[in-house]
Design a protein around this ligand. Structure first.
Ligand code: RB5
Length: 150
């Protein structure tokens, strides 16, 4: 499994811990930074991760900013991307079991390092339940991608 990961300046420290955690689990990681202490714009990093997941170059993505919120807003613009802000092990688990989230977004300012690792772990270890009702809902979301909303 390959995971692509990125953060803005606000998520840099947490991202580095998550990269280490993923590598310790023998997961292939493509780390796209930022390693700059200077302020950067989170959309520029979310786009790089979401593009790769949308195009099938990575199976999943992890995005970190101050809250995870900005990153998720950007990532969900991309076809086939189901990005979820996860804040604790329960939302991590649900994001996979019910929503089959293929991108998760975490906040360095809204979570402490160790709980954030547990949150990511719960998403990684969970399985999409695949029940008809969950798949039907995901199909409805996919159908929205072909519509032209004004
Ligand atoms: C950057 O200042 C901050 O806005 C960003 O990291 C993130 O929290 C946005 O959602």
């Amino acid at each position: 499994m390959k995971i692509v990961i990125a953060s803005d300046h606000g998520g840099c420290t947490l991202r580095q811990s998550l990269v280490q955690f993923l590598k310790e689990r023998n997961i292939e990681v493509e780390d796209l930074g930022t390693d700059s202490e200077a302020s950067v714009d989170y959309p520029d990093f979310a786009v790089q991760v979401a593009e790769r997941v949308s195009q099938g170059q990575a199976e999943a993505g992890v995005l970190v900013c101050g809250t995870g919120i900005g990153m998720s807003i950007v990532a969900n613009k991309f076809k086939g991307v189901r990005a979820a802000v996860i804040t604790d092990p329960f939302t991590g688990q649900m994001a996979k079991e019910h929503n089959n989230a293929n991108v998760v977004c975490l906040g360095e300012h809204s979570s402490k390092p160790e709980p954030a690792l547990e949150t990511l772990k719960s998403w990684l270890d969970a399985q999409f339940e695949g029940e008809e009702r969950h798949q039907r809902r995901l199909d409805k979301i996919s159908a929205l991608e072909t519509k032209n909303f004004k």
